[in-house]
Every structure is written in structure tokens, then in C-alpha cells.
Design a protein around this ligand. Structure first.
Ligand code: NAP
Length: 316
């Protein structure tokens, strides 16, 4: 059996269950692609999967950790069209269909798109989940409208300096919206540089004092932040959350909409994001680049809930 280096877990638990070890190299079916991974992106959900909080029926132990990656196509199944050996791609496998903290990953063609040409593999690996979530929150998800943010509107983006937030801010500015963004004191300068129009230090200020009658709120925090956000929306406005809607009642009472999204595979959106990156519209801020064998540390850091931009793992 061909082997590869991978970060796996044999039981669900904290970051300490992650092991850098040899694992069987996956092989692609006729409708799949084998990718040689050069970098893997780190997301909060990686920890949820490792802890057993986010599970799919097809999941087996041991499991390779992680989802997002960028790499080179190594082998193409007979039925696959549109990809060739050597293509540089980025994306993520579906839940329960293999992890990306490894030298190789098998994916369906609908899980990937061509990597942005202007980015190295590390920066490209930072994009998939966070950028898909940002796009699907602000615009549409699989053809179904979500916030439908458009030119001239105003959006309040919570957690604007994090993975989803940084891409959401840049997408909202690209579409021509005014952005109110929240972050900690040490992130305010970063938020201004990212393009946030009105920067709110949530540790010192109340976002309600800056956001009034907004068209949309992107909530990546939940709890009290979500509960206080309903009152800043105008009638007919939309709150989209990446962490679930605690109660539909406040939305109903105020004539606003509440939408919880679950970022889904969308190669069309990945291709669109790659174009925007290559045009210089979207930048990819990395806070940390670690070697694959330090995946445990990377997951400990993302668990803090205060990552600026993205963390990635280099895979050799
Ligand atoms: N449903 C989905 O499909 C989906 C997809 C992606 C992510 N998510 C979820 O969405 C959440 C965010 O993901 P992410 O990748 O952006 O995480 P992340 O990179 O860890 O960023 C989280 C951000 O939240 C900010 N934050 C923490 N407490 C805050 C508060 N009280 N008010 C305002 N901002 C606050 C932090 O900024 P400061 O350092 O400035 O506090 C940090 O930048 C996670 O729970 C993740 O699991 C869901």
C-alpha cells in the first residue's frame, strides 16, 4: 500500500489527539481527482470535526484532519472532465470524505477550482471555507438568495478581522456597500487597511451606537452579539449567521429575516473568487504559516476565537 504523511486522529477529543504519522495514500475512483497537497488551511470547524461535534455518517476513524487545501492534480479519474495532471487547484473535500492535513487528498471535481494564479499555495489554501461562507452569506448560496447585498447598501460585519470576516469585508466593498466592522482594539488598524468604512472596537464601544437601520448583519459570533444585532436592522433587513440562529422570534417581531448558512461546495464561486484575487480585489491576510507537523498548535491557536486573517499549514 502506498503511504503518505498525514495528521490524523484515532479518537475524538482536544488538539492532543492529533498525530503526525504515516497513513494510507487515498486513491481516486473514476469520478474523482487525486491532489498532491502543498498547503492546508485551518478553520474553526476543523476542531469541531476533531472533537466529534461535527460528524457525517460516512466518517470513520482514524480520520485525516482538516478540509481546505491547495495543491497540484496528481491523478485524474477516467470520467473526470476539465482537469489535467499538473493543474494547480484549491478547494475542500466534502465532510466525511477525507481530510486535507496530508500529502494527498481525493476530491470530486465539484469540490475544487483552478487556484488563483497570483497566489502561492499557502495563501490559496487559506481561502475555500472562509471565502465560500463570506460569499454565501452576503450574496447567495447555491442559487438561493441570502443577504443579497448590493451597491449603496450598508452591512454590519461582526468578527471582521477573522477568516470569514476579512473576506466578507472585501467582498462587500467590491460590490459597493458601506461596511461597519467590529473587532478588538489591536485589530482596528488592520480593519481600516482592509477597507472597513466604520471601525467599531467591540471591547470599548457599542456597535448599536454606529449601526442604525442597516440592510444586513453578518454574525460570526452568536450569543449576545446576535441578540443585540436585531435592533440595528431596518425593516426587511437580513441577519445571516455562520453560527446558527438562536431564536427566530426577534426577527419575526421586527419584520426582518434570519438566515443560518452552512458553507457548501461551489466550484463556480471558487472560480469567481480566484478571478477577484487575481484582479487584486481580494487579499489573503495570513497570521501564521506552520509546517504540517505543527497542526496541533495551529488548531490550538484557531480555537482562541481571535485569529487575525488565516492560519495555514505547509505540506512538503
Ligand atoms: N456555517 C458555516 O458554513 C461556517 C463557515 C465558516 C465559519 N463558520 C463559523 O463561523 C465562526 C467564525 O469563523 P472564522 O473562520 O471567521 O473564525 P476566526 O478566524 O477564528 O475569526 C473569528 C473572529 O471573531 C472575532 N470575535 C470574537 N469575539 C467577538 C465579539 N464578541 N465581537 C466581534 N468579533 C468577535 C475575532 O476578532 P477579534 O480578535 O477582533 O476579537 C475573530 O477575528 C466560527 O464559529 C466558525 O466555526 C461557519
Amino acid at each position: 500500500m502506498d503511504m503518505m504523511k498525514a495528521v490524523q486522529f484515532h479518537e475524538y477529543g482536544g488538539p492532543e489527539v492529533l498525530r503526525f504519522e504515516d497513513a494510507p495514500r487515498p486513491s481516486p475512483a473514476n469520478d474523482e481527482i487525486l491532489v498532491r497537497v502543498h498547503a492546508a488551511g485551518v478553520n474553526p470547524v476543523d476542531g469541531g470535526i476533531r472533537a466529534g461535534r461535527v460528524r457525517s455518517l460516512s466518517q470513520r476513524l482514524p480520520q485525516v484532519a482538516g478540509l481546505d487545501f491547495a495543491g497540484t492534480v496528481e491523478q485524474v479519474g477516467k470520467k473526470v472532465r476539465g482537469f489535467r495532471v499538473g493543474d494547480a487547484v484549491y478547494g475542500r473535500p466534502q465532510f466525511g470524505h477525507g481530510g486535507a492535513y496530508a500529502q494527498y487528498v481525493v476530491v470530486k471535481p465539484t469540490d475544487v477550482a483552478k487556484k488563483p494564479r497570483s497566489l502561492d499555495f499557502a495563501h490559496a489554501a487559506a481561502l475555500p471555507t472562509a471565502a465560500l461562507a463570506a460569499w454565501q452569506a452576503l450574496f447567495e448560496s447555491d442559487g438561493t438568495p441570502t443577504m443579497r447585498l448590493s451597491r449603496g447598501q450598508t452591512v454590519l460585519i461582526h468578527g471582521a478581522s477573522g477568516g470569514v470576516g476579512t473576506f466578507a469585508v472585501q467582498l462587500a466593498k467590491w460590490i459597493g456597500a458601506t461596511v461597519i466592522g467590529t473587532g478588538r482594539t489591536e485589530n482596528l488598524q488592520f480593519l481600516k487597511e482592509l477597507g472597513v468604512d466604520v471601525v467599531v472596537d467591540y471591547t470599548q464601544q457599542r456597535f448599536e451606537d454606529f449601526a442604525h437601520q442597516v440592510d444586513g448583519v453578518l454574525d460570526v459570533v452568536g450569543g449576545e452579539t446576535q441578540a443585540r444585532s436585531w435592533d440595528v436592522l431596518k425593516k426587511g433587513g437580513v441577519l445571516v449567521s455562520t453560527v446558527g440562529i438562536q431564536s427566530e422570534e426577534p426577527a419575526k417581531a421586527r419584520g426582518v429575516r434570519a438566515i443560518a448558512i452552512m458553507a457548501g461546495q461551489d466550484p463556480r464561486v471558487l472560480a469567481e473568487i480566484a478571478k477577484l484575487v487575481d484582479k487584486g480585489v481580494i487579499k489573503v491576510p495570513l497570521s501564521e504559516e506552520l509546517p504540517l507537523e505543527r497542526a496541533r498548535e495551529a488548531q490550538e491557536h484557531i480555537q482562541s476565537g481571535h485569529t487575525r486573517g488565516k492560519i495555514v499549514l505547509d505540506v512538503h
